[in-house]
Design a protein around this ligand. Structure first.
Ligand code: C2E
Ligand code: CA
Ligand code: CA
Ligand code: CA
Length: 275
């Protein structure tokens, strides 16, 4: 079918053996959940590594399943793409989180930037730019405060179409970050052509920083690459002070991870930050 996706169902091969019925049921649940908005948004701070000031928050979606409890995005985003509901889910996430930014503004909790993950399906959609534009207008959030996170593979898969979309988004004023940088296969030529702002160094390289000299070298190289292309760098999954110190010393601009804060609901985050 139209919604079965380029990648087929490969991701679900293992669960298929437990029964196609179970998968079908989860798909139906997900369709309903998107209609009823059974999702919860968590936010995770992104900080300046030098001063620890709050630079932004990343929105992370959870599915509050009535039977299975809180499900992580790794358990449903791919399925949402395959059954064709990711556009609706993505639009809801964007609108809710922009509303939340406006609420924080009114409450005096100033979050400079909102970072939202885009899925590959969304970036391939012709009306994405118009949709984002109208959400920003409706919620009164300045485009400059919205950052969209895209992965290398998303950019490379349908490079020309993706580039056109990214150019229009940039023209709108939103900024763009490359998520999970270093894990995909991006050509450096594309990095130069794209209107990017930030490289997000993947957590897998940050994990063994100062313990594995290969990872130290990779992270140094990404920071240097960012610098020479005029891009900011943000390290994901910072869990220890040693990692933060290394990153700061090497000139990485921002960090995100359990060392600073886990992801939390909007209320928890504001309460913790305002004390
Ligand atoms: P991501 O964009 O790479 O998000 C970072 C993930 O790392 C999050 O997992 C976050 O909770 C986790 N994390 C943050 N700091 C640390 C740390 O210090 N240590 C460790 N071990 N993990 C950390 P989460 O929330 O399960 O999200 C998984 C992925 O799902 C995200 O990866 C993102 O690609 C996707 N995702 C989440 N929300 C959305 C959404 O609204 N739309 C789309 N399209 N994708 C989403
Ligand atoms: Ca992300
Ligand atoms: Ca990431
Ligand atoms: Ca990831």
């Amino acid at each position: 079918t139209k919604n079965s996706g380029r990648n087929g169902f490969s991701f679900y091969d293992s669960t298929m053996s437990e029964g196609a019925g179970e998968r079908l049921r989860l798909e139906q649940d997900l369709r309903g959940a998107v209609q009823r908005h059974e999702f919860i948004l968590h936010y995770q701070p992104q900080l300046a590594l030098g001063t620890r000031e709050l630079r932004g928050v990343e929105v992370l979606c959870r599915w509050h399943h009535p039977r299975l409890g809180l499900l992580s995005p790794d358990q449903f985003i791919r399925m949402a793409e395959e059954i064709g509901v990711i556009d609706e889910l993505g639009a809801w996430v964007l609108e809710q989180s922009c509303r939340q930014m406006a609420r924080w503004d009114r409450e005096g909790f100033r979050v400079p930037r909102l970072a939202v993950n885009l899925s590959v399906r969304e970036i391939e959609r012709a009306d994405l730019v118009d949709q984002i534009k109208s959400i920003l207008q409706r919620t009164g959030i300045a485009p400059q405060r919205l950052e969209l996170e895209v992965t290398e593979s998303m950019i490379m898969r349908r490079a020309d179409a993706a580039i056109a979309t990214l150019m229009s988004l940039r023209a709108l004023g939103v900024t763009l970050a490359v998520d999970d940088f270093g894990t995909g296969y991006s050509s450096l030529a594309y990095l130069k052509r794209l209107p990017l702002h930030r490289l997000k160094i993947d957590r897998s390289f940050v994990e063994k920083l100062t313990e594995d000299s290969n990872d130290d070298a990779i992270v140094r190289a990404i920071i240097a690459l960012g610098r020479s292309l005029g891009l900011e760098t943000l390290a994901e999954g910072v869990e220890t002070q040693e990692q933060a110190d290394f990153l700061c010393r090497e000139g990485c601009d921002e960090g995100q991870g359990y060392l600073f804060s886990r992801s939390a609901t909007a209320a928890t985050l504001a309460a913790g930050w305002l004390v």
